[in-house]
Design a protein around this ligand. Sequence first.
Ligand code: FE
Ligand code: FE
Length: 167
Amino acid sequence: MRNLEDLFLDSLADIYYAEQQLVKALPRLVRAATNGRLQEIFESHLTETEGHVRRLEEVFAVFDQEPKSKKCRAIHGIIEEVDEIAADNKKSPTINAALIYAAQKAEHYEIAAYGTLRDWARMLDNDRAADIIEEILDEEKAVDSTLTDLAEEECNQAAKVAVSGEP
Ligand code: FE
Ligand code: FE
């Protein structure tokens, strides 16, 4: 019979794998973006994401475990779509709005996972792990809202102008 700690550790291995895949994918988003502010956001989130990998290793350590990754098919699907959307909108003024749309799907996947993992860590009376996970969660939420702001302030309008052909 499996217990909550088994479920927690399996799910931790899933998001650990996802973060590693995102470290590989984010440089492609930096290159695909043509809005300078968006490039900066992706670059700084790449640095944060490398930090997420390290902090998840701390969470494994807090549970006396070696870091373990478990192939996450969902993140592969999301990243595949990000690359497809980037290719479809290349050299178009829609590119930055499209990249934000695609990247926010990854952020929401992470936010969903970390919200539950934080709660499970608390249930397991491991406040140290819960606190580390919450720090990661806060960074995911912050970048998500920064992306929303940039879309609303600049990128959606740029994409709309491109469609109508009028300023
Ligand atoms: Fe992350
Ligand atoms: Fe993220």
